[in-house]
Design a protein around this ligand. Structure first.
Ligand code: SF4
Length: 383
C-alpha cells in the first residue's frame, strides 16, 4: 500500500498494520502525517481543549547500580554526590506543590542496592497520611522489578504492598525502546521488554493509573520504534478487553545526548539523538498507529516550548506538566537544565498561543478546571 492509501485508511478509522506504519514513518511527508494525526486527535478528544497537569517531580534517590548508557542522573553508591532524601524533605516538597495548587507528585529514583521494600512502604504511608489530597504516582516498572529482585518477591506482590500504602499510579518510565536488541546495548543491566510489559500488565490489573513512554535517538531503526508501538498497542487491547484499565496516555520524547552520559562521550555519538522533525514524525505516527490510546502528551522538557506547541498539531492533545523540578533529563543538558519548571500561567499561555483552551487535569485526565473557550486566542506564526 502506498503512503496516500495508508493515510486514507487511517482517516477512515481503520487500524494500520506494522508494515504500513513503517512505510508512513519512512516515506510520508511530515506535513501530511501531521494533518492526518491532527484530524484523528480532534475526533478522539475535545477539539478545542489542551490539557495540562500541575505536579512535581521528586527524585527520592540518585543512587543506582544499573549504569544505563544514556543516564547522567545516577551516582554509584558511595559517590560524594549520592543522596537519599529524607521523608521530611520529600514532605516539604509536597507542601510547596500544594501551595501551587498541584494535584500530583511523580516520584522516581535510581535502583538503590540497599533500600528495602519497607522503606518505600513507609515513605508512601508517610505521604498519604499527611497529604491525602495529593495523588502519588511513583516508581516505574524497572524500579518495581529491582525492588522485587532485592526482596525475592514477585513484582505483583511488591505492587500490592505499595498500593496498600498509598500508591495510585505507576508512570511509564524506563521503557526507552521496548526492544531487547536496543535495550541490551544501551541498558544491559535493566529489565527487558517482556518484564516492563508484565509489570504494566499487573499494575493495570490492580487498578493503577499507568502511562506509556518512549525515548528515541539511541541509533535504533524505524522497525524498532514501530515494534515498541506495536507492543504498547497489543497490551492496551488486552487490558481494555480484560478489565477496562489501560494506559492513560502515550508520552514520547528524544534521548538527551551530551558529554554527561556514556553515549555522548562515545565515538559513535553522531549516531545518537533525534531532531525536532524526527520527534514530530514520531508524535504523528503514534497518533495514527495507537488507535486505542486517547491521549498523547507533548514534551516541552526535551523539545522546548515552540516545538511542544507544534506537536499540538501533530496529534498531541496534552501539554504535560509543570514538574517544578526536573533532575533526570536535565542532567544530560535537556531544555529543563535552563528552564527547570514551567509555571501554570506559562503553560496556559502556550496552550492559548497555539489556539486551544487550557484545562487543568488530574492523572487520569479528568478535567479539574477549565478556562472559558472565549479566552482562546490564536497567535499566528506561533504554531
Ligand atoms: S536511567 Fe534509571 S536505572 Fe538507568 S542508570 Fe539512570 S537512574 Fe539508573
Amino acid at each position: 500500500m502506498n503512503v496516500n492509501a495508508i493515510l486514507d485508511k487511517a482517516i477512515e478509522g481503520r487500524r494500520i498494520t506494522f508494515d504500513e506504519a513503517v512505510t508512513l514513518y519512512r516515506h510520508a511527508p511530515l506535513d501530511a502525517l501531521g494533518h492526518v494525526a491532527h484530524r484523528l486527535r480532534l475526533r478522539k478528544t475535545h477539539p478545542h481543549v489542551v490539557t495540562y497537569l500541575v505536579d512535581r517531580n521528586i527524585n527520592y534517590t540518585n543512587v543506582c547500580i544499573t549504569n544505563c548508557q544514556f543516564c547522567a542522573f545516577y551516582r554509584p553508591p558511595g559517590h560524594p554526590e549520592a543522596y537519599v532524601r529524607s521523608f521530611e524533605d520529600i514532605g516539604r516538597r509536597v507542601e510547596e506543590l500544594r501551595a501551587w495548587g498541584g494535584t500530583r507528585i511523580l516520584m522516581q529514583g535510581g535502583h538503590h542496592p540497599h533500600l528495602p521494600l519497607s522503606w518505600y512502604v513507609d515513605l508512601l504511608t508517610y505521604l498519604s497520611d499527611r497529604y491525602p489530597d495529593i495523588e502519588i504516582d511513583a516508581f516505574s516498572p524497572s524500579e518495581i522489578d529491582h525492588i522485587a529482585r532485592l526482596e525475592g518477591m514477585s513484582t505483583r506482590a511488591v505492587l500490592e504492598r505499595l498500593i496498600d500504602a498509598g500508591l495510585r499510579g505507576l508512570p511509564g518510565g524506563g521503557a526507552e525502546i521496548l526492544d531487547d536488541e536496543i535495550r541490551s546495548r544501551i541498558s544491559p543491566k535493566k529489565q527487558r521488554t517482556a518484564g516492563w510489559l508484565q509489570v504494566m500488565r499487573e499494575a493495570q490489573e490492580l487498578g493503577l493509573a499507568t502511562s506509556a513512554t518512549m525515548v528515541i535517538g539511541f541509533g535504533e531503526e524505524v522497525e524498532h520504534r514501530i515494534r515498541h508501538l506495536q507492543r504498547l498497542r497489543d497490551l492496551q487491547d488486552e487490558s481494555l478487553k480484560r478489565h477496562g484499565n489501560g494506559f492513560t496516555a502515550f508520552i514520547p520524547w528524544t534521548a538527551q545526548i551530551s558529554e554527561a552520559n556514556s553515549l555522548g562521550r562515545s565515538r559513535f555519538r553522531h549516531r545518537y539523538g533525534a531532531d525536532h522533525a524526527e520527534y514530530l514524525r514520531l508524535v504523528a505516527v503514534s497518533r495514527i498507529f495507537l488507535d486505542n490510546f486517547r491521549h498523547i502528551q507533548a514534551s516541552w522538557p526535551t523539545q522546548g516550548e515552540a516545538i511542544a506547541r507544534r506537536a499540538l498539531y501533530f496529534g498531541a492533545d496534552d501539554f504535560g506538566s509543570t514538574m517544578l523540578e526536573e533532575n533526570v533529563v536535565s542532567a544530560a543538558s535537556a531544555y529543563t537544565a535552563f528552564k527547570p519548571r514551567m509555571s501554570v500561567e506559562d503553560i496556559r499561555r502556550h496552550i492559548r498561543m497555539a489556539g486551544f483552551t487550557p484545562a487543568q487535569r488530574d492523572t487520569r485526565y479528568t478535567i479539574v478546571s477549565k478556562e472559558s473557550d472565549a479566552s482562546r486566542t490564536v497567535v499566528s506564526g506561533n504554531r
